[in-house]
Structures are given as structure tokens and as C-alpha cells.
Ligand binder design. Structure first.
Ligand SMILES: *Cc1c(COP(=O)(O)O)cnc(C)c1O
Length: 399
């Protein structure tokens, strides 16, 4: 069992609060880090100011290597298959833009795909003559595996799978979809930005060719961090669209050699303090026991879903059969931004997910926006109840 008091004592936002702490339900946006993350990053910034960034980094080479080791442990990969970056979008694009495309090649995106991924796919389609098509969703809102199967032919080069979307609790059957896509040799790029840190990820089991994630969401790391996993055998064949003296070595007047592993997807310069903070965040998760953290997230979200759907005038909007820590809902007669703002006035943090972030899915469901509540493992039942009461007040005020 997780010791929630210990977890909360590790969070400055709670430990240092006088009075009732704010109700924090935005781990799908940017979560609350444990103290060790802040201490690690701040200590490094101070050290850089004392001795300069190069010497400060040289002192932490082992810890920097351990960042990848921790991530690799969490997702069951080899550390050499991990490339660190500054965001999930960067990592996703770094991989995506390294796949050669020819006129007539097909790029399949998920029905709940994320705007940045879709925009990148459309941009490359314009530049290369490839086409972008979306994979239908089934009645439950999950990716339709039979439809995916029927769409496939050898022109399909890339399948962009969304593990869990930004706008709700849906969990897609990523392993099954990957197996189907591989039947025609398509490459599968999994957007795991909303799943890493809140549901179990095993890249060997999933079988994906690449996976992208961010640091600040469920992993509770600093902003400006993210990572890419690339299947090692595939990585050796890929040439990133942009290189520097870290991703490659200048070996002769007319020659260079790519880094042998996923490092080829990294640039040399980075925010070392943030990276060390990310390592501390992942290590913290590993120390707590990821499975227990994931179970606590799921239990909190299930509690919210159950009680929200019992409030008259409130509609839970989550799709799928298996659901994760993101709870999306609307309130009759009150715009989602209005719900968010009224909750904020009661010191409750939720966010709004707009149609433009997941255009295909929201358009299909005729939704302009939804309220998104995403409780991490450290949120108490008492706080969930405060949130539920506040939603009920918002709803009654609209009558
Ligand atoms: C937040 C999010 C991203 C983008 O992550 P960044 O770190 O902001 O680039 C990608 N995909 C999904 C599903 C997201 O929710």
C-alpha cells in the first residue's frame, strides 16, 4: 500500500501550506513534483553558478546516465534506446521526421490523436506527397482494430497510435494495434505522453517501434523535459533530420558518423538541472512502486467518475472500456471554461481540453471542450469530495 501521508509530506505544496491545501487535479497538465525533484534541480542550478555549467555537469555524469537508466527500467527498455529531449512533441517529431516518405505513402493517425502529431503528419504529407488518413474508432471509442486491419496495405508507412488521449480516460489497445500494423511492415509510433507515469508501460510487450513521453505530467518531473524510445534494431537504420556534434561525430572533411544508439536523436545542449530533476522524479516513482502508484491513480479516477455521473446535469465524457486517470466531463448550462474558473476560485485546479487539441474525436462527438480532472496518487478522498461538492454547487447555480 502507498503511504499517502508520506507522499504528501514529500510535496512542498502540501507540506508548506497553512490551512487546507489546494485541491490539485491537473497531473495530465503539469503535476506537482516531489521535493527531491526541486531540490535536485535547484542544487544543480546553484552549482552551475558556482563553478560554471561544464564543470557542474562533469561532476554529475553518473547521475545524468542514471536518468536514462531509470526511464529504461520504468518502460522495460535498454538505456541506449532512450533519447532525452525537452518535450514529448519534440521527441515524437524527431522520430516521425526521420522516417523517409514517398508520394503515395500512407500515414495513419488515431481518432483521438493529438494536434501536434496531426499537424506534423499533415505538414509532411504536403511536402512529400504522402497522405494522412485517420483510423476509425469503435462503438466504445477505442481504436477500431478491425477497421485498422482493413485499412492496411504495404503503402502504410507509419501508424500514429495514441495510448491515452489528452482529453479523457480512454486507454487504447496499443499492443494489439501494433501487432496488426506490423503485419504490413508499418512503423508504429506510440504517443504515451498521458500514459507514462500513470499506467504500466512495457515496450517489449507493446512491441512499438517508438514511444514519446513528457516529464511534467504523470511522471512529476520538471517542465521542459521529455524522452523518446526507439527500438534498437530500427534506430540503427534511421537518420534524424537534424544533427549536431553529439548526435553525430565529424570524422573527416566530407564525412560524419551517427551515434550508434538513440543518442542520435539528442542534441548536445540541454537543461542539465531539469534533466537531473527528471531522473529524480522517475527514481522517486520507481521507489514508491509503480504498480501501487498506478492503482491509486486509477482508484481516484474511478471514484470521481462514479460520483460525478451521479450528479444530475453532469455528464462524464470518458470513452473506452479500460480507463485511466483522466476524467472528462461537462456540466449542463455551464461552459467548461466557466466550470474551471469557478473551481479555481474555490482553490481547485482542473483544466479544459479544447476541440483543437483532439479535433477528430471532439468533432465526431460534437464537443467544443470538456473539463479535465486528473488526480494523481497523492490526492486524498477528502479532496476528491471537496471537488465533487464544488461541481455540484456550480451545477446548482446554473439551474
Ligand atoms: C501533452 C501531450 C502531448 C505533448 O506533450 P509536450 O511535452 O507538451 O510536448 C502529446 N500528446 C498528448 C496525448 C498529450 O497529452
Amino acid at each position: 500500500m502507498l503511504d499517502i501521508d508520506r507522499l504528501r509530506a514529500d510535496i512542498p505544496a502540501y507540506a508548506d501550506a497553512d490551512g487546507p491545501p489546494p485541491v490539485f487535479l491537473d497531473s495530465a497538465g503539469s503535476s506537482l513534483p516531489p521535493r527531491v525533484v526541486i531540490d535536485t534541480a535547484v542544487a544543480h542550478l546553484r552549482r552551475e553558478a558556482e563553478v560554471g555549467g561544464y564543470r557542474a555537469a562533469a561532476e554529475r555524469l553518473d547521475d545524468l546516465a542514471a536518468v536514462k537508466t531509470a526511464i529504461a527500467t520504468l518502460i522495460n527498455a535498454d538505456p541506449s534506446a532512450i533519447a532525452l529531449s525537452d518535450s514529448a512533441s519534440r521527441s515524437w517529431a524527431d522520430f516521425f521526421y526521420s522516417i523517409p516518405l514517398r508520394p503515395g505513402d500512407r500515414i495513419l493517425i488515431s481518432g483521438s490523436d493529438y494536434a501536434s502529431n496531426a499537424i506534423a503528419a499533415l505538414q509532411r504529407a504536403r511536402a512529400t506527397g504522402a497522405v494522412v488518413e485517420s483510423i476509425p474508432s469503435d462503438d466504445t471509442g477505442r481504436i477500431d482494430l478491425a477497421a485498422l486491419d482493413a485499412m492496411l496495405d504495404e503503402r502504410v508507412r507509419i501508424v500514429s497510435l495514441l495510448h491515452t488521449p489528452t482529453n479523457g480516460g480512454l486507454v487504447n489497445p496499443a499492443a494489439e494495434a501494433t501487432r496488426i500494423a506490423h503485419r504490413v511492415g508499418a512503423l508504429v509510433l506510440l504517443d504515451a505522453c498521458q500514459s507514462v507515469g500513470q499506467i504500466r508501460i512495457d515496450v517489449a510487450e507493446l512491441g512499438v517501434d517508438a514511444l514519446s513521453a513528457t516529464g511534467r505530467k504523470w511522471l512529476r518531473g520538471p517542465r521542459g523535459t521529455g524522452f523518446l524510445y526507439v527500438r534498437p534494431e530500427l534506430c540503427a537504420e534511421l537518420e534524424p533530420g537534424r544533427l549536431d556534434l553529439h548526435s553525430a561525430t565529424w570524422t573527416g572533411p566530407a564525412d560524419y558518423r551517427l551515434a550508434p544508439d538513440a543518442t542520435r536523436f539528442e542534441f548536445w545542449e540541454c537543461d542539465v538541472a531539469a534533466r537531473l530533476g527528471l531522473g529524480a522524479a522517475v527514481r522517486y516513482l520507481l521507489d514508491q512502486g509503480p504498480d501501487e502508484v498506478f492503482a491509486a491513480v486509477a482508484a481516484n479516477a474511478a471514484y470521481l467518475r462514479r460520483h460525478l455521473s451521479a450528479v444530475p446535469g453532469v455528464t462524464v465524457r470518458d470513452l473506452g472500456t479500460e480507463q485511466c486517470g483522466i476524467v472528462s466531463f461537462t456540466v449542463d448550462g455551464v461552459e467548461p471554461v466557466e466550470v474551471r474558473d469557478r473551481l479555481r476560485a474555490a482553490d481547485i485546479t482542473v483544466t479544459v481540453s479544447h476541440r483543437s487539441s483532439t479535433l477528430l474525436d471532439m468533432s465526431a462527438r460534437q464537443l467544443d471542450s470538456v473539463v479535465r480532472a486528473s488526480p494523481h496518487c497523492f490526492v486524498t478522498t477528502d479532496e476528491l469530495d471537496r471537488f465533487l461538492d464544488a461541481v455540484d454547487r456550480v451545477r446548482r447555480a446554473a439551474d
